[in-house]
Design a protein around this ligand. Structure first.
Ligand code: ADP
Length: 225
């Protein structure tokens, strides 16, 4: 095994145990160490997945791959892709699956993703999810952390955020698109992949703790592929 593979450390393991009862078994640690941390953070706009993906990625030394950030940067930089997607972003509609799959496929070929990554904003449709599974079939697949947030809390958060596409009518469209195109992706994953559903209404630090615990626990129990 390469030295660059991130190992789950003893302190990771101990932090999950009830106080004073550190777990020292070697076998589960060895089992999880070889599996990359390939994660999808899933949830409606405003669920806090971008914030949580940032934190998780920084903490584990893996890249956060936010398709929304990549597309907004392309628009800002005036690239060809930016020109193609600008209107779509402003309308709150979805960019085509073909373009998104090619953007994310290229990104996942970069070597910094070898030990894992956090995807934020992708997949958003069932074809995107199916293609991602196919791309990662020899790389351990993905597991999913889904944040569930009340609809009124989502609207409150988005209204306070002030991004270009956060005007009321665009928010409405993005939420409708989420319900129609993206929500079914969760059901797709529940049939095939490891999915953890967490309460995203709580304060950010509590959500971060819950994510850390859930991901590590799943890995310890080898429930993540
Ligand atoms: P949100 O706050 O709605 O989760 P994002 O930053 O993830 O927003 O995405 C912003 C916009 O970028 C979306 O409304 C959509 O137009 C486009 N986009 C991002 N990811 C995807 C994707 N996987 N498929 C299609 N369109 C996408």
């Amino acid at each position: 095994m390469s030295n660059s593979v991130r190992r789950i450390t003893f302190s990771d393991v101990r932090s999950l145990s009830p106080a004073g009862t550190p777990q020292t078994q070697a076998a589960p640690r060895a089992a999880v160490a070889s599996v990359p941390l390939n994660l999808v953070f899933f949830g409606p706009p405003g669920a806090g997945k971008g914030t949580q993906a940032d934190r998780f990625a920084a903490r584990h030394g893996i890249p956060k791959i936010s398709t929304g950030d990549m597309l907004r940067k392309a628009v800002q930089d005036g690239t060809g892709i930016g020109a193609m997607v600008r209107d779509t972003l402003h309308r709150g509609a979805l960019v085509s699956d073909d373009l998104m799959i090619s953007i994310v496929g290229d990104r996942l070929e970069q070597s910094d993703t070898a030990n894992g990554f956090v995807l934020d904003g992708f997949p958003r449709t069932i074809p995107q999810a199916a293609t991602l599974d196919a791309l990662l079939v020899d790389r351990g697949g993905v597991s999913v952390v889904a944040l569930v947030v009340h609809a009124d809390e989502v609207i409150r958060r988005l209204a306070g955020r002030g991004r270009d596409d956060d005007e009321a009518y665009v928010i409405k469209e993005r939420l409708a698109v989420y319900a129609r195109e993206t929500q079914p992706v969760l059901e797709y994953y529940r049939r095939r992949n490891a999915v953890t559903i967490l309460d995203g209404n709580r304060p950010p630090d509590e959500v971060s703790d819950a994510i850390e615990r859930a991901v590590l626990q799943n890995r310890m129990h080898n429930r993540i592929i």
